[in-house]
Ligand binder design. Structure first.
Ligand SMILES: [Zn+2]
Length: 225
């Protein structure tokens, strides 16, 4: 049975890396609601008109609208063997919609939460620095440069921190994510579809858990079981 993978993880949890590995190795397309809404709005039909008018008003697309666009995109040929969802579902209403879609498509849903303690997430994000010359990424906690605040290859270039990566802003992002995601985690826990993987390990170790989950080998019982 082909799989719908709902990949969840806080900012900095390494969800993007896992999505990329799944795409490369299993050749599953990654469906990002932001991307498909943007792409769909460029076409010339009533659905595109509807998306454009929501965007023009600066509103969030409704569950119904997002659901229709996701349904249309995932009905295409490249999704037949399964797909990875990014940014969907965001609400339990959307999660219920996805159940209906999965049943119609003959797909099985696996909700995978890449679990990383918030203290570690904060260090991963607030410790991040990059070289303005070569783009090399450092982390003052986990991968410090040889000389403080300078690139190993470009000693005269001062490392930069993204303005969004200050402790205050990171904390707000993490709290917002936790608050918005809690109902979805409850929902998938309740439907028996939730898999928590330990996101503190290396990308390859995490990926091997994902493969086991997708092959229906049990990785670890859900805490509430
Ligand atoms: Zn450099």
């Amino acid at each position: 049975m082909s799989k719908i993978i709902v990949l969840m993880g806080a900012p900095g949890a390494g969800k993007g890396t896992q999505a990329r590995l799944l795409q490369e190795r299993l050749h599953l397309p990654q469906i990002s609601t932001g991307d498909i809404l943007r792409a769909r709005a460029e076409q010339q039909d009533s659905l595109a008109d509807e998306i454009r008018s929501v965007q023009a008003e600066g509103k969030l697309a409704s569950d119904d609208l997002v659901g229709r666009v996701v349904q249309e995109r995932t009905s295409q040929e490249d999704c037949r063997q399964g797909y990875i969802l990014d940014g969907f579902p965001r609400t339990t209403a959307q999660a219920e919609m996805l159940e209906g879609l999965a049943a119609k498509q003959g797909n099985d849903i696996s909700a995978i939460f890449v679990d990383v303690p918030s203290e570690l997430l904060e260090k991963r994000t607030t410790g991040r620095r990059s070289c303005p010359v070569c783009g090399e990424i450092y982390n003052i906690y986990f991968k410090p440069p040889k000389v403080d605040n300078a690139c190993d290859q470009h000693p005269n270039a001062l490392l930069e921190q993204r303005a969004d990566d200050t402790p205050e802003k990171v904390r707000v992002r993490l709290e917002t994510y936790a608050r918005e995601t809690a109902p979805l985690l409850d929902y998938y826990q309740g439907t028996g579809r939730l898999h928590r993987v330990d996101g503190t390990r290396s990308p390859e170790e995490i990926y091997s858990d994902l493969e086991k989950i997708l092959n229906n080998e049990v990785v670890r019982a859900n805490p509430a079981d």
